[in-house]
Each structure stands twice: as C-alpha cells, then as structure tokens.
Design a protein around this ligand. Structure first.
Ligand code: AMP
Length: 281
C-alpha cells in the first residue's frame, strides 16, 4: 500500500491509474478508523480497481471552539487497518498543501448547508465541500464513497457534484452501528462510561418513532415533540440541537409525506452526536 503525502504525488499516482484505464474509488475520512469507515473501504475495493483512502482532519470544517485540536488521531493504527483491506493507497496531505498561505477559494452549497447541522456549525459544510472538491481534483476518482450517518453531508456533496457537473459517481453507504445500536463514530471515544451507556437511546428513539409512524400510532407532525420528550428524559443528554422530521431531498422540516428523514443532533456534555433514519411510508 502506497502512502502519499502531497497533492502532486497523488496526481501522479492517479494519472498512472487513469492511463491504464483503472477505475479509482475514493473514501475520504478524517482517520481514527472504525468499522463504519472500513465497511465503506470494502465497498470501494469490491467495485473499483484501485481504492484510495484519504485521511485529513480538515481544519476548514471545524468552527472555533470545536474539537479540531483534540480530534482522535491514530495514524499507525489506520495504516495497518487499511493495508489489511487491500486499499491501494492512503492519501495523507499536509494542511499547508491543501490550504497554502493566501488560500481564498471556498465552495458554498447554499440552502442544504444551512439546515440541520448547518444551523449549529456555521461554515461547516463549506469546509466539507471545499476539501472534498480539492480531494476530487487530486485523486480524480471514478466513484467516491460517503456514509449515510452524515446524511446532510451526503445531500450537500451530491448537490455540489450536480451543480458543478463533476464527473464522479457518489456512492452512499449504510450506517454501521455498535451491537447496542449506537452509530459508530470517531467521536464516541470522547464519551464517559455513563454517557456511552445512555448513547444507544438516540437510535432507539429514531427507531421507535419510525415504527410508530409506519403503524399509524404517530403522525409525522408529532415526531419532533415525541423525540424531544424521549431524549430530554435521558440524563446524559445536555442539549437537543435538532430532532424532527425532514424531507429527505430538500431537508425542509415536514409535517406529512411518503418518505421521511428522521434526524437528531444532541450533545452529551462537550460531545456532539448525530444520527438519522429514512422511513418509507
Ligand atoms: P469521518 O472520518 O467521520 O469524516 O467519516 C468519513 C466517512 O465515513 C464519511 O463519509 C462518514 O459519513 C463515514 N462514516 C463515519 N461513521 C460511519 C458509520 N458509523 N457508518 C457508515 N459510515 C460512516
């Protein structure tokens, strides 16, 4: 497995692949890899000749006061996990290569970026869209893989791909969960034992409301109230940032519809957790 540390090195590697007509799958990550990431890597290695996993903790997607400096880092562990999966290359650029002095260009996907997480993390999706476009230009992937745990990120990036006519298929991958239902996340490592024991309540609340609207015992317009009632009773949850029903395409809050995105963001102390499900009625 090649370890590539510069944009120029990455472009050279991908030029060789493209000249020999090899398909390239890109899996962008911020490292501290867990089974959620690895399942995406496996999807890519099955569908592409070459899989490139990028590991870059993108400063542009963290707001002031967020966890950029303490975000979990485990580069050696990541590399050994990826070499066991026959990924062809790991792309680990330096921040100064991605954002050199005087860097001024940002990609803003209006509308979708401002809802849900965007209300609480201003600028976050501009940082995400910018770095993903830069990764696309360095790697030139045939397909790029993203996890549905970050549903809004998937929506923003698909919109960027369509609006900018990018020649890259975007593949969305199902959320991988711990045995007790908690969505895997690098940030779960921040949770205290008590918070970790309470954390599966998020997926349980999503599933219970999903079942209830499917069996008709709950109306879509009452999802937000039900989720708030359930989640506010959990001791470790110190803030509910959003918890409601949304249109899966526009991310507008909805009171009726045939497909419903039920999405939640809560804080347990300093740790922010998100999760979602999509229910077809
Ligand atoms: P991150 O390193 O958190 O930026 O995540 C890198 C990619 O892995 C993103 O596309 C995430 O949506 C995806 N991902 C993270 N956690 C999970 C999970 N539990 N299940 C599926 N995909 C995930």
């Amino acid at each position: 497995m090649e370890i590539i540390r510069s944009i120029s090195g990455m472009r050279e590697f991908s030029s060789d692949c493209l000249q020999s007509n090899k398909s390239i799958g890109l899996v962008p990550t911020m490292g501290a890899l867990h089974e959620g990431h690895l399942s995406i890597v496996r999807q890519s290695t099955e569908a592409n000749d070459i899989t490139v996993v990028s590991i870059f903790i993108n400063p542009a997607q963290f707001s002031e006061g967020e966890d950029f400096s303490r975000y979990p880092r485990d580069y050696d562990g990541d590399i050994s996990k990826l070499s066991a999966l026959s990924a062809a290359a790991v792309f680990m650029p330096e921040a100064a290569d991605i954002y050199p002095d005087g860097y001024k260009t940002y990609v803003e996907v209006r509308g979708l970026s401002e809802r849900l997480c965007g209300m609480f993390r201003p600028g976050h999706f501009t940082g995400v869209a910018t770095v993903v476009l830069k990764l696309f230009n360095a790697v030139r992937p045939t397909r790029a893989y993203f996890g549905l745990k970050d549903y809004q990120q998937c929506a923003v990036l698909k919109k960027m791909r369509d609006d900018l006519n990018l020649d890259c298929e975007i593949v969305l991958c199902p959320t991988v969960r711990e045995a007790d239902g908690l969505a895997m996340s690098s940030r779960n490592a921040y949770l205290s034992m008590e918070q970790r024991l309470d954390a599966p309540c998020i997926y349980k609340a999503l599933k219970d409301t999903g079942h209830a609207i499917k069996n008709g015992s709950l109306k879509i317009k009452d999802i937000a109230a039900k989720l708030h009632e359930t989640l506010s009773a959990v001791k470790s949850i110190t803030e509910i940032q959003y918890a409601s029903a949304y249109d899966p395409d526009t991310l507008d809050e909805i009171t009726h519809g045939a497909r419903v995105l039920i999405a939640v963001a809560v804080k347990m102390g300093a740790t922010r957790l998100i999760d979602n499900i999509v229910v077809e009625l």
